[in-house]
Design a protein around this ligand. Sequence first.
Ligand SMILES: [Fe+2]
Length: 356
Amino acid sequence: MTGNTPFVIRPIAEPQIIDNVYSHDQVERMFGVIRQHGPWKMVLAQHFKSAEEVVATMSGSMPEGTEPSFDMFLTPNFRGFFGQNGLSHYQELDDIFYSVDHLARVRSYWNAEFASPESMNFIVQGSSRNLDPAHLDGTSFRGVDGRNSPVWLLNTMGKSGLFQRWMMKKAQVISWFYQGKIGGGFTYWPEGPQGAPKRLAMPAWNRGVVTQNEMMYHRGEACGPMDKRMPDGLAFQSLWSADPDRADGWQITTDGKVIERVAPEEVRLMVHWTAQIYKDKQERDLVFGHSDDLTHDQVFEMFVADLRARGLTFRMPSDPLTDRDFIRLLTSTYDCGRPAIYPIEAPGPHQEQIAA
Ligand SMILES: [Fe+2]
């Protein structure tokens, strides 16, 4: 995993497709919670405080001469949580969040002895574009995680392959409910970003996948008719909720005004359950006993040793966590590249935009 052996981002095992992930009654209850406990905010609005903040964060990545405007980053995807931090948020979904079936699925996927539910979120949308070319889900390590470390560091550690021994093992059961005829599938790259993609095509109802998405590039595809993928009036503060005038309908509002009504056959719901995995008693005790946790010093010592082994010359900063040049060196050295090949049926966001 040093300079000579490229590390490939790939999951512990080939993702497993499963049908009839939930019972009919469980599906009804999940839709019921989304209907009764809304409105739900856009995914983007959960990561940023304002439209201005989004533009400020993203403008660094824009091609030179492009003036970023907020609607460049807007997608009408709305998210909520059924559970977080190992805790179910709705009693009526307890059997789903603490599902013994899911626990058995992810233990088998990892061939591991122990698993516990970590979080469960959903993304609901009508017709929607998707600007994401592909991503990895956030990763964490024993001793170094989101509580004490910035996202760039965790991402770079994951991509480097140097810290696999400390990486928290996780697995997801992700399921989809989409009856629409256009797009909406799930593209994933189980052989790494340079390999061939695979695809779970839609329409599909209650169909899912068992996977390790911290170690596999993936993306949700745009869905619905091209001319409906960006509703007029969509804004940072737009919300998703049940349509009060139609028993099974939905609506998107901006500042209390309905900007889009969504029929049930156009709704795409993704339900994303994540578990923590402990391979055996020894690993369980390592995690909870904190006897082999990483420290930031150790992380940077290992990075520096690897950079030197690659023959790179650099000035060692006094604070590597904040030094811009050093951060740039790390992120570019361990950039394993985005996916190169897209399915013909689901071209990347660039082509989706041209087609739109
Ligand atoms: Fe993801």
